[in-house]
Every structure is written in C-alpha cells, then in structure tokens.
Design a binder for this molecule. Structure first.
Ligand code: GRF
Length: 311
C-alpha cells in the first residue's frame, strides 16, 4: 500500500477493481442519497487508484460522521460487487461499531428500562436515542404498575412495553425471574431503573452485576432510601442549601452502589417540595442521559466504589 494510503488507515476504505464493478463517485453519491446519508455526514469521500503488484486497484475512502448508516452503505457495496472483491479491513469493524455475519450490521447497545410511574426520565432517554445523543436502542420498557404512563410513552414510540403484575405473596426473586425471562432473549446491555419503585432481589442484582443503574433525586449518600416528594420535603426541612440527583450502579443495598454522575441544584428559601422536585427532575434527565451515553461508549469503569473515566 502506498504511503499516503497508510496515513489514511484510520479511515474506512474498501478496495475495488474498476471498471468491472461499475462503482464510481457518481454511483456512491446516488447510494448516499438513496440511503438518506446527507452531505454533512460525509467527512471524507474519494477514490484513489493505486497500483498493487501490477494491477490497478481502486480504493474508496469513506468517512461518515459518527459512522451513521455506514453498515447500510457497505451492504450496498456488497450487493453491487456480488460479495466479491470487497477488501474491507475486517479488523476495523469493531472500532466502527459494526460486525459482519454475511451482511454488515451495526452493533447495537440494547437498553431495558424499568418503570413504575409517569416516565419523564424514560422520555428523556427515548428522546436522546431518537436524536442520536445515545447510540443505542430501547428494547423493552417493563413496569410493575398497569397504569404507569411510562408504558404509554413507550408504545407511542414503537417500543415494546410490558406490564408484569406482581402475584399475591410472590417472593421478590420470583418476580424478578419473570422480568429476567423478558430481558434475557433481548441481549440487553444495560438495565435502567427510571422511577422503578420495587427493591430488586439479590438474585437479580447478582445476575446483572455492573449492568443496572438507578436515578435517585438527591445527592447520595444523603437522603437515601426515600422516594417521591418525601426526599425533597426532608431536604428542605433539614435546611440543606444544595441538593441534586445521583445516577449510580445498583448493588445489594438500596441507593448505594458506585456513583456515576451527580448534579447539584440550589435549595431556595421559598422552595416547596414541588418546586424543588421540578428543578431536580430537569437535572435528573440530563444526568441519566449522560450516564447512559458514557456507559454505551465504554467510557467509564468501576474501580471499587469509584466510577472513573477510562484512558
Ligand atoms: C424521579 O424523581 C426519580 O428520581 C425517582 O422517581 C422519579 C421518577 O420520575 N426514582 P419519572 O417517572 O421518570 O417522571
């Protein structure tokens, strides 16, 4: 490979032989249009011809912003080339967020969200996934409450919503095993507790260790174990000047696992539990989306009680 090609090795490229393939810049542009890849998402696109052992190979360099839809483009190339002559750097696929099993597929980060109530935190996650801030997919929303508005929100966005009714006298573990039956076939990478008002069994926590996160509306470890308006009422009555929210990994103790992110909110003299809750809730949405983004990008790791940025 020529030197200038080596320098570009961090770009994605494919190797084709012209003219038999019929692939040229115009064809690529047409494909981009057909696939809905807009110009602003194409950081780099050009074809170079490079003589390699007396043959002339053509390299297409394509760099799509955030690699969105790159797998679709690769599949077009596969079709066009009839599956041959595609000299893609297969070892780059992982870094490009893809895998290959006959066709190119985007690796997805699958999220399950457990809810009990109105689901504004769920909505923040849905929005972030839809606008691309979180590169992942919500594969299930599960609730222990039939009338949880969160289920409705999920359905409105075409997300599978499950109501799992607790049975009378059923143990926590048994209930959680029924949740696991839903989650397990879905290849879930992360379980988010977003206003989920059930304590998880040790069995469940152990099974998905390091894969469950929770949002709590106070600066933990202060005001742990409380929920709803009670948290904010106690914050005000205690005389705190700041409060906030915490996203943390879940361990066997309630509101206790390693802290991923926290955000502060000032407590004002005229605050009521309702006004304070509303301002904390805004921060919860930011915090939860940011935490999921970091986890989905593999940007953090757990070290004892601490969660630290990688690299
Ligand atoms: C949030 O305050 C969350 O911190 C707590 O329950 C509430 C859920 O709100 N665990 P929503 O259902 O996401 O609107």
């Amino acid at each position: 490979m020529r030197d200038e090609l080596r320098e570009l090795a961090d770009l994605f490229y494919v190797k084709i032989m012209e003219p038999s393939s019929g692939i040229n810049i115009n064809w690529i542009r047409r494909e981009f249009m057909r696939l809905g890849i807009r110009d602003e998402n194409v950081d780099n696109l050009y074809i170079i011809n490079a003589p390699v052992s007396r043959e002339v190979w053509y390299y297409i360099f394509v760099k799509l912003h955030e690699n969105k839809k790159l797998h679709l483009f690769l599949n077009s190339l596969l079709d066009k080339l009839g599956g041959v002559e595609l000299g893609i750097l297969k070892n780059r696929l992982d870094a490009l967020g893809m895998y290959y099993d006959g066709i190119f597929r985007e690796k997805t980060f699958n999220i399950a969200v457990l809810v009990s109530g109105r689901g504004t935190n769920l909505q923040a996650i849905i929005d972030a996934v839809e606008n691309g801030d979180i590169r992942g997919k919500i594969v299930a929303v599960i609730s222990n409450k039939k009338d949880a508005y969160a289920l409705e929100r999920a359905r409105k966005h075409g997300i599978e919503a499950f109501y799992v009714p607790p049975k009378k006298g059923e143990s926590r573990e048994n209930y959680d095993r029924r949740i696991a039956e839903i989650i397990d076939p879905l290849n879930v990478n992360l379980i988010v507790l977003a206003g989920y008002l059930r304590i998880l069994s040790p069995w469940f926590v152990e099974r998905y260790k390091g894969k469950i996160i929770n949002i709590h509306p106070s600066l933990l470890p202060a005001f742990a174990g409380l929920y709803g308006e009670r948290v904010h009422r106690e914050v005000i009555e205690y005389g705190c000047k700041v409060t906030g929210c915490t996203v943390h990994f879940v361990d066997e103790e309630v509101d206790h696992g390693p802290i991923i992110l926290q955000k502060c909110v000032e407590v004002r003299d005229d605050d009521t539990p309702e006004t304070l809750a509303a301002r904390v809730l805004e921060k919860e949405h930011e915090c939860l989306v940011e935490a999921i983004r970091l986890i989905s990008e593999g940007a953090i790791e757990i070290s004892g009680r601490r969660v630290i940025r990688k690299g």
